[in-house]
Unconditional design. Structure first.
Length: 285
């Protein structure tokens, strides 16, 4: 029984494969959902069949979840080896991209997620590795399919804006971040994180007592990241935004500063109840 990894070729379906599991090697467009199908859901479609030199095979689908702030993509597979009748468990890994109207709108690792761009028809392409347990199948190849997602993009509950969009080398720039909560759901807690490029010499500081440069290293180390800042906000309300004013100091090396916001939502006793959104990036000129 072969166990070595093999580089596989995309297969136009043949009688050697269990074709009942898949349409021809490249998946076609998924059937549009009903017009009122606007709830979060996962949609799957055949994406390709892979074959190795010793007749190992893998039939791969691509799935995308919609209707939540993220689009989760996975690549379930069925795989086998003609010399045995054993049923294999298949493990898939790799990377994916999603394009709409020819423009890539999301990408990530498998399984993984990116921001949900909203309803539309997406060309999803994945570079996958399919391995079986027990070891008999180890195939690598590219598959793709078309998925039509109908769930609307969820309305944003929080947002972050800045009063500046650029930083300068060899200067200290004051930047004000304003955090809004636009939904009655959840509560007033949020964590604003800012980070410059590591190793650039950038420093982020503030006099705001809600903020701290993160601590790194094992106890009793007291080293803190001067290029990063973490701010705990507790008084966010609809109609009552909060502001954080920081000083960003750059040397001769340019660095952008990216921002992220984590926040709570209802069902506080559930484990996963919050969200994370990307705030504005302040560029260096």
């Amino acid at each position: 029984m072969p166990t070595r990894p093999t580089i596989l070729r995309t297969l136009i379906a043949t009688a050697a494969l269990p074709l009942a599991l898949v349409s021809p090697a490249w998946g076609g467009a998924s059937a549009p959902a009903a017009a009122d199908d606007d709830v979060p859901a996962t949609l799957c479609a055949p994406a390709g069949a892979l074959r190795g030199p010793d007749h190992q095979w893998a039939v791969v689908s691509l799935c995308a979840g919609s209707g939540t702030p993220v689009m989760a993509v996975s690549a379930p597979a069925a795989c086998g080896y003609p010399a045995t009748k054993a049923r294999y468990a298949c493990r898939t890994s790799g990377t994916w991209t999603a394009a709409r109207n020819g423009v890539t709108v999301a990408s990530g690792t498998l399984p993984g997620s990116g921001e949900y761009p909203g309803p539309g028809t997406y060309e999803i392409t994945a570079r996958v590795r399919v391995r079986s347990a027990p070891a008999a199948v180890d195939l690598i190849g590219t598959v793709h399919t078309t998925l039509t997602l109908t769930a609307p993009k969820p309305r944003a509950t929080h947002r972050v804006v800045t009063d500046r969009t650029t930083l300068r080398r060899n200067a200290t720039t004051t930047v004000t971040y304003t955090v809004y909560r636009d939904s009655d759901a959840g509560d007033g807690n949020a964590r604003l994180g800012l980070i410059a490029r590591e190793g650039s010499g950038a420093r982020i500081a503030t006099d705001d007592p809600r903020c701290v440069n993160p601590l790194v290293g094992r106890y009793p180390a007291r080293t803190r990241l001067s290029h990063s800042l973490d701010c705990a906000l507790t008084d966010l309300q609809p109609g009552h935004p909060d502001t954080v004013r920081v000083r960003v100091t750059l040397g001769s090396v340019c660095s952008t500063v990216v921002s992220k916001l984590g926040y709570w939502m209802p069902r506080g006793q559930d484990l996963y109840t919050g969200g994370m959104l990307a705030g504005p990036t302040v560029d260096c000129v």
